[in-house]
Design a protein around this ligand. Structure first.
Ligand SMILES: [Zn+2]
Length: 52
């Protein structure tokens, strides 16, 4: 079951298998809620369920 490990950084909007939080700018997902995205510095990190 190594498929998800490789796919999660490139998959788009498959919210259920990803972290609970997602950056709306770069679509990276996270296990914790960041005030700003550590990847692209956007202030649009939301719960993935809110943007499905
Ligand atoms: Zn981002």
């Amino acid at each position: 079951m190594g498929v998800f490990d490789k796919a999660k950084t490139v998959s788009h909007l498959g919210a259920e298998e990803r972290g609970p939080y997602i950056c709306l700018e770069c679509e990276e997902s996270f296990e914790v809620l960041y005030h700003s995205c550590p990847v692209c510095d956007a202030y649009d990190v939301r719960r993935a369920k809110w943007v499905e």
